[in-house]
Design a protein around this ligand. Structure first.
Ligand SMILES: [Mn+2]
Length: 279
């Protein structure tokens, strides 16, 4: 049985050689893809932060089997914090490899060497395996696309609207192939947070290079990119999701965070209808 099928069948305790193989396959899958990948305009399920919670991604796997005509977009933050980080990320990779047309993995702010060394992933991987295995995962982090777009309809990324972006080309021309976020635009795509108030950009306590984006910046972004709604993750809300900007921006969180959130995914149906689904 292939390593992808082994993981999909529920064997999550794989060897370093298996990890080398699956990370190599995912690196090959994504290294030639653009920063912003294409999506259809309906029947898409958006998955928020997983942070090493295997139960959450097993529920997503059930949805993947149930909604056979739906696309799945993982908005990043597979690793750090939770109890099963390698198993969670391995299953996400297996799902992507099982049907690359239907499943897209995007990069979160935790898919970075600097962050993963501080918040748990480096420790889990080097405790269970080795620095070589950690370096295999780092290669995947660097190639994961940053965002997804359906022309005239939707945009999705982990964090939010970056300052100084007026077109998709402004995003496509950035270089994401670093272990950390060297590029300010890509860093903000993965790190920024929305704030429902009438301003453009403001400081963000998450870091000196990170911004909060307000209604004015959001309105300019959707106009410039010619989209109608946006999906993002990155922040925990008790209900597992939150609407911003008159229901044009949806934030989703798919981990429980020790009971702090009811984990959700968001399903985009027809006519821009958005349905929260509990995991
Ligand atoms: Mn995040």
């Amino acid at each position: 049985m292939s390593i992808v099928q082994t993981i999909l069948k529920g064997n999550h305790d794989i060897t370093p050689e298996d990890i080398e193989q699956i990370t190599g396959m995912v690196t090959d899958l994504y290294r030639n893809q653009p920063n912003v990948v294409d999506l259809p305009n309906r029947n898409v399920i958006f998955v928020g932060d997983l942070h090493g919670e295997l139960d959450s991604i097993l529920s997503v796997q059930n949805l993947y089997l149930k909604y056979q005509n739906h696309y799945f977009v993982f908005l990043g933050d597979y690793v750090d914090r939770g109890p099963a980080q390698t198993r969670t990320f391995n299953l996400a990779m297996a799902l992507a490899l099982s049907d690359p047309r239907r499943v897209h993995l995007l990069r979160g702010n935790h898919e970075s060497d600097e962050v993963a060394r501080r918040y748990g992933f480096y420790n889990e991987v080097t405790r269970k395996f080795s620095i070589e295995v950690y370096n295999n995962y780092l290669k995947v982090f660097q190639v994961l696309p940053m965002a997804a777009i359906s022309p005239n309809t939707l945009f999705a990324c982990h964090g939010g609207v970056p300052e100084g972006v007026e077109s998709i080309d402004d995003l496509q021309k950035c270089n994401r192939f670093y272990p950390d976020y060297e590029d300010d635009v890509l860093l903000q795509l993965a790190w920024n947070d929305p704030k429902d108030a009438d301003f453009r950009f403001a400081a963000n306590s998450r870091g000196a290079r990170v911004k909060a984006f307000g209604r004015i910046a959001f309105n300019e972004f959707v106009k410039n990119l010619d989209i109608q709604i946006m999906f993002r993750a990155h922040e925990v809300f008790p209900e597992g999701f939150k609407r911003f900007f008159d229901e044009r921006l949806f934030s989703v969180f798919s981990a429980s965070y020790h009971g702090a959130a009811m984990p959700k995914v968001l399903r985009l149906g027809g006519d821009l209808n958005v349905e929260p689904i509990g995991l």
